[in-house]
Ligand binder design. Structure first.
Ligand code: ZN
Length: 157
């Protein structure tokens, strides 16, 4: 039976929560490989491939040692938030914290008629990826960096 390549299929990525192209070129076999192909987008997979090199170096993983592979798999599961028992219980613990403990204070707001350049300036200047948008003093929405990128790409293309 040919190996499924995942060419053209999309997933709801558990890591970045986008619906995007599924991971391609996953070298892990078996259930692990299938889980990655079913749950991880190609962008996150590409990110992991870069992180993997660092993990291997950082932890001095030696693949002559059978422990090394399970350590790497553990790191990868954590990276993808796929969860083993330990991670899941930690997430549960954190999930019970009140929102007020976790939220970021609003540093910057935009008016609903602000121009794109101002939005880009505020995002870069304050290192923000999301800014609340106000109209008549109330929050009417948020603008995300991906929305800005979308708009900019429409102008350029
Ligand atoms: Zn993703």
């Amino acid at each position: 039976m040919p190996t499924p390549t995942n060419e053209g299929s999309t997933v709801e990525c558990v890591r970045c929560h986008r619906t995007a192209a599924a991971a391609r070129g996953v070298s892990w076999g078996g259930e692990l490989g299938a889980e990655i192909r079913a749950k991880i987008c190609n962008d996150c997979w590409t990110e992991w491939q870069a992180a993997e090199v660092m993990v291997i170096n950082e932890l001095r993983l030696n693949f002559m040692d059978p422990e090394a592979q399970s350590t790497l798999i553990g790191q990868m599961r954590e990276f993808f938030e796929l969860g083993d028992g330990q991670v899941v219980s930690r997430i549960k613990e954190r999930a019970e914290r009140p929102v007020g403990d976790v939220m970021q204070p609003i540093k910057v707001t935009l008016q609903h008629d602000d121009h794109l350049m101002k939005i880009i300036y505020e995002m870069v200047e304050n290192n923000l990826s999301m800014i609340p948008v106000l109209q008549d003093g109330s929050v009417v929405g948020v603008i995300r960096s991906v929305d800005v990128l979308d708009e900019v790409s429409k102008l350029v293309l």
